[in-house]
Design a protein around this ligand. Structure first.
Ligand code: NAD
Length: 257
């Protein structure tokens, strides 16, 4: 049996907030596969939590990176360029929309709310990939996290659905542009998992029970399953796959009624 081997690879994992974060499940899967890890955190508020999780992988750099700040993004890649030279994997696991834009009527979304959601949840993927690609001299794998609200209507998900549609387009566009450098760009479309961000969507618990009832596997997914799929997409086992959205949702996306 072939197992996933990422030894000798260097991965930057963004989007860890706490042990429930999908980014943390992905970091654990990459770490188990032998990858060297670096982490970023958004603001001082999360520094301690990310630093204490990262301690499981001694020597992992833990760097500040609020994606609304170009200088913080630049500093992360300058540091990795200096310390590691090359990067093989980028995990983008970042999304945000204001609470008032994750409930009620989508048509009331303010200009500011729209810009915030799209900047943090979609533009940041383009900006981080651009910087990461410069360090991927041996080729690489870039991965982001999306949700099926990019394609279909999930009440209350609202402007985050718009952001995920933009994000999925960016996956294809970046896969096209970076393919010649053997940099693959993919996304995992995860089913609902109770995390800090997910609980910000009004009616999220209803989404969990709806998914459990209707999904072919008759259950919700485990974060570990997102981690395993991510390790596959970042490994040579998926060398022919780019520009792809892989559903890890217990099959929910295939259902009509
Ligand atoms: P989470 O709250 O653990 O992670 C979201 C992360 O985004 C946090 O670490 C937060 O610090 C980061 N972030 C927000 N604004 C930022 C900024 N300005 N700069 C840098 N980082 C910032 O929740 P999660 O569910 O693990 O979310 C990770 C990704 O997975 C998101 O893209 C989310 O949309 C996606 N996703 C989640 C689910 C789910 O049900 N949990 C389903 C499908 C997709």
């Amino acid at each position: 049996m072939r197992t996933i081997d990422l030894s000798g690879k260097s991965a930057l994992v963004t989007g860890v907030a706490n042990h429930r974060s999908l980014a943390w499940a992905i970091a654990e899967a990459l770490g188990e596969a032998g990858s060297r890890l670096a982490f970023t955190y958004q603001g001082e508020r999360l520094k301690e939590s990310v630093t204490s999780l990262a301690a499981k992988y001694p020597g992992s750099p833990v760097l500040p990176c609020d994606v609304t700040k170009d200088d913080e993004m630049d500093a992360v890649f300058a540091y990795l360029g200096r310390e590691w030279g090359k990067l093989h994997v980028l995990i983008h696991s970042i999304a945000f929309a204001r609470k008032e834009d994750l409930e009620g009527e989508f048509r009331r979304t303010s200009r500011e709310g729209w810009n915030t959601a799209l900047e943090i949840s979609a533009y940041s993927f383009v900006a981080l990939t651009h910087r990461a690609a410069r360090l991927m001299a041996d080729g690489g794998s870039v991965l982001t996290l999306t949700y099926q609200a990019s394609q279909r209507v999930f009440p209350n998900y609202n402007v985050m659905g718009t952001a995920k549609a933009a994000l999925e387009h960016a996956v294809r566009q970046l896969a096209f542009e970076l393919g010649p450098q053997n940099i693959r760009v993919n996304a995992i479309s995860a089913g609902p998992v109770s995390t800090l961000s997910a609980r910000g969507v009004s009616g999220f618990t209803g989404m969990l029970s709806e998914n459990r009832e209707r999904a072919p596997l008759k259950r919700n997914i485990e974060p570990r399953e997102v981690g395993d799929a991510a390790a596959f997409l970042c490994s040579p086992s998926s060398s022919g796959i780019t520009g792809h959205i892989l559903y890890v949702d217990a099959g929910y996306n295939i259902m009509g009624i």
